[in-house]
Design a protein around this ligand. Sequence first.
Ligand code: FAD
Length: 586
Amino acid sequence: MNVERRKFDALIIGAGGGGLRAALQLARADAQVAVVSKVFPTRSHTVAAQGGVNAALANVLPDNWHWHMFDTVKGSDYLGDQDAIEYMCRAAPKAVYELEHAGVPFSRLENGRIYQRAFGGQSQDFGGEQAARTCAAADRTGHAILHTLYQQNIRARTHFFDEYFAIDLIRDREGYVLGALVMSIESGECLLIEAKATLIATGGAGQLFRTCTNALINTGDGIAMAMRAGVPAQDMEFFQFHPTGIAGKGMLITEGARGEGGYLINREGERFMERYAPHARDLASRDVVARAIATEVREGRGCGPEGDHVLLKVDHLGEEVVAKRLPGIRELALTFLHIDPAKEPIPVYPTAHYTMGGIPTNRFGQVVAPVRHGPEEPVPGLYAAGECACVSVHGANRLGGNSLLDIIVFGRAAARHIVGFLQENRYHRPLERESVERALEHRARWDRKGKGEPVAEIRRELRKVMEEHCGVFRDQQVLSEGLDKVKALAERLQEAVISDHSRIFNTARVEAMETENLMDLALATVTSALARTESRGAHSRIDFPERDDENWMKHTLCFADGRLDYKPVRTRPLTVDPFPPKPRVY
Ligand SMILES: Cc1cc2nc3c(=O)[nH]c(=O)nc-3n(C[C@H](O)[C@H](O)[C@H](O)COP(=O)(O)OP(=O)(O)OC[C@H]3O[C@@H](n4cnc5c(N)ncnc54)[C@H](O)[C@@H]3O)c2cc1C
């Protein structure tokens, strides 16, 4: 076992908002923290978040956390765990003020308070009038948050391993997680980072789909790593398609554009959302708007020569509002479409956006998994937070602005729990040779030479299959075909190689390992989607159009070998009465 080793109290895999919020908490508690990121930290996907972060501050309209909780439970189509949702909504104002005090330059109201905009699925008074709950820094909120957190971490002396790729977790025979094997992307050298506690914060897996809003790096590595370490992936059938991606390209046009007064029209110029959601219209929940757009196009009311998209109008808002509140959107539309949204409507179509499923955790960020087919228990030394985790606060459908909140609240909560764990576990546990060797073998797979098809081709096909067979609308036949195709691709990947030429910079090696991770997640996603014979939130089965609370108020767990298990939704909040399932109308 000839690998360089480093020891830290805590290892954080991922330097997005979730990882950096946790790192800051730990570094300030005087823990030795290592943060590993495959890209420079401020290039993490959090940087791209546009619209904002939800907290019931009541700066613009009346609000309170309990209304926020109601909206989140309803938005989740009752699949969210209500204890975790209560915790998050109560913690939201504090989490946002902490960001403000750390230096996040939020947009301001005339009176100096934080600006808050309207977003989809938000209401006052348990389903009443539209609320204004989303705190924004123009349409670059994630950028502001990520840069602030990074700077504060530098100040707190967090140790960064930039451009290191985490390959696999190290888990011993007793089930403890003892760190991870990582690789310097520049040199290809492996490094073993030993830690008393490991937090996975590797973000989502939008790269599963051909058209998506996610960065190239969002390949769900952490979820796949956890699966290889014996932890199932939870609720993978729930993948959010954002209603307004730039048509044919996928880049995101924030819901904030509709929050500021923008609306959707079809080829007849009709504001069609009035038919699908008479009350909330363009600000209905994302799954509702995405299905409405897909239906308009399918029924022949799409725009453009191919009739394959609808239009988002913001030009009636005036140059000044567009320049002040939506400058990034204007830039995106100018760059990718040569359209100025202050003058012309933007062609949009649903695009893969957010991974609701992920690594099962409790509200303390501890990863929980069934032990030997028995009830679930925390995996000692392993935590997860952010988009890779499934707490589950988003259930079957996430509300806009709740993800930046999720990463901040649960990044912090996980770190606080780790501080306690470190007090009880003062020493590093001895490392077993075989658990490290398993990880080394995993990496060595891509050293093999010979002829075989290129990995990049398989990745391209995988993303196409997922888009065609596991998109906005699904049914038994389309999903079964999809599963067969993914399995065939998985077999081809076993034989694939990376060329000597691309080996030089290790990027091909990274791409190969990412593709393996995507493959595992694709299998879990299609398998879980095929099994769930109901429609709930983002999972719409044409053959089972109704929600079935009697049989399906439960979370899916999919193991690495494709085996499925289920666990009940936690319907009991911490202090208030539960919100029982109701028909979901907007
Ligand atoms: C375009 C866009 C706009 C959005 N807008 C909003 C919004 O307005 N409001 C909102 O609430 N949410 C929004 N979201 C969602 C939200 O931004 C994300 O869910 C959230 O930022 C994810 O944060 P994270 O810390 O979990 O992961 P990320 O920010 O994705 O960071 C993941 C980190 O993990 C690292 N990593 C991954 N794999 C490995 C590996 N194998 N080895 C080493 N490092 C690894 C990466 O380098 C990166 O540092 C948006 C998302 C997108 C894509």
